[in-house]
Design a protein around this ligand. Structure first.
Ligand code: HEM
Length: 207
C-alpha cells in the first residue's frame, strides 16, 4: 500500500508543524536531561544535564505559549473540543479496541479523521490531557523549582511524576503515529501538512 499527499486538504498548518517538531525534539532533550538529573550521571553529567534542562525548559514554555495563543486566535483550538460525533465515553473504548485487536485484521479505522475532525475520541482525550493538564503542570512546577516558592516539595513530586508520564506518552505516541494507512502516513502529514490519501497500486500484470 502507498499513500500520496492530497494538496487540497490541509491537515496541519506550517505553524502547527513547527510547534510540533520543536516540542517533540525539546521534550526528548528534557527527558534525557531530566533522567540524568533524577539519577545523577545516568546518561549525561550533572552540569550538562542542568544547562540542557533549563534551556529546553524555556524553549518548551515559549513554544507552548505561542501554540496556545495561535490556536485561540485562529480558532483551531476547536480540534481539541469534544464533539457529539465522538460518542463519549464509548468512542474511547471503540478506538482502544481498534488499536488493541481490530488493527491486526483491518486498516479501517472506526472514526474518519480529516480537517473537520482531526482526532479520534481517544486521541482527543490523550492530547487534551497532555496539552491542557500535563504541559501547564510541568511548566508551572518547573518554574517553581527554578525560582523557589512555598511548595517546592510538592512541585518536585508533581514534576517528577508528570515527567515520567511524558516519557511513557512519547513512546505510546510514537507507536500510535505508525497506525495510519501506512506506517509513515501520519508522520508525512505532520511534515508536509497535507492529508495522506491511500493510492491503489495498479494490479501487477501476469507474465
Ligand atoms: C518524539 C517524537 C514525536 C513524534 C514522532 C510525533 C509524531 C506525531 C504525529 C505523526 C502526529 C500526527 C498524527 C496524530 O495526530 O497522531 C502527531 C500529533 C500530535 N503530537 Fe506528536 N510526536 C512526537 C512528540 C510529541 C510530543 C513530545 C508531544 C507533546 C508533548 C506531542 C504532541 C502531539 C499533539 C498534541 C498532536 C496532535 C496535533 C493536532 O492535531 O493538533 N508529540 N505527533
Amino acid at each position: 500500500m502507498k499513500t500520496q499527499k492530497n494538496t487540497n486538504v490541509v491537515m496541519f498548518t506550517l505553524m502547527e508543524r513547527l510547534w510540533h517538531w520543536i516540542q517533540a525534539f525539546s521534550m526528548i532533550m528534557l527527558s534525557i536531561s531530566g533522567i540524568s538529573i533524577h539519577w545523577p550521571g545516568a546518561i549525561l553529567g550533572m552540569e550538562t544535564a542542568h544547562s540542557m534542562h533549563h534551556l529546553f525548559g524555556y524553549i518548551v514554555a515559549i513554544n507552548f505559549a505561542v501554540w496556545f495563543l495561535y490556536m485561540l486566535a485562529t480558532k483551531r483550538i476547536h480540534y481539541y473540543l469534544p464533539k457529539r460525533a465522538d460518542e463519549y465515553p464509548m468512542g474511547i473504548f471503540k478506538q482502544a479496541k481498534f488499536y488493541l485487536i481490530d488493527i491486526y485484521f483491518t486498516n479501517k479505522h472506526p472514526y474518519h479523521v480529516g480537517p473537520e475532525n482531526r482526532m479520534n475520541p481517544m486521541q482527543k482525550v490523550a492530547y487534551v490531557s497532555v496539552m491542557f493538564l500535563a504541559m501547564p503542570a510541568q511548566i508551572i512546577t518547573g518554574f517553581v523549582l527554578m525560582f523557589g516558592g512555598a511548595s517546592v516539595h510538592t512541585a518536585l513530586l508533581v514534576h517528577v511524576l508528570v515527567g515520567a508520564f511524558f516519557v511513557l506518552f512519547i513512546f505510546g505516541h510514537m507507536y500510535l503515529a505508525t497506525t495510519g494507512h501506512t506506517p509513515l502516513a501520519l508522520f508525512k502529514e505532520m511534515i508536509h501538512g497535507y492529508e495522506e490519501d491511500l493510492v491503489k497500486e495498479p494490479a501487477k500484470e501476469e507474465k
